[in-house]
Design a protein around this ligand. Sequence first.
Ligand code: SF4
Length: 168
Amino acid sequence: MERSKKIIFVSHCLLNQNVRAVGREKFAGSFKDLLELFAASGVGIVQLPCPQLDFNGGLDRRVKSRDSYETNGYRKHCHKLSINLINQIENYLRKNYSVIAILGVELSVTCAVHQIKNGRKSSPGKGILIEELENEMQKKNFQVPIIGVNIDNIYSSIEKVQSLLDFS
Ligand code: SF4
């Protein structure tokens, strides 16, 4: 059996909904349709850490606004995580593996790619971890696509990921 040499980096809660803020779970465990797509395509999965687990109540935390996370401590925490993740990605790239994408989670103040939710309102914006990852990639002069998965719109998310895997 030959390894696929294809890797996808996936936000923690897409594989483990147990870390979502209380009341924000969509599945009992993982996003099964995504897992099935990954398994069928032969891509290897790297699970990102959930930065919010170490802040604001961990597993028992409630949904909080972006402002309450926009603190030096939290940004530094995301910055450190992003350095580690970018190093991991670089290791794969150096060995000629294909890093297909990083999958973020829309509406999250930490992991959103295009839309964040602040209270009841959603607006264009990126989460803090995603901003830090983009900055680090820019500094290192390379780019891996960052794709937002919206767990409130499962079908469009699956289509997006499917087309990525089809062309990888
Ligand atoms: S979106 Fe990001 S911060 Fe929020 S639960 Fe998922 S992994 Fe954690």
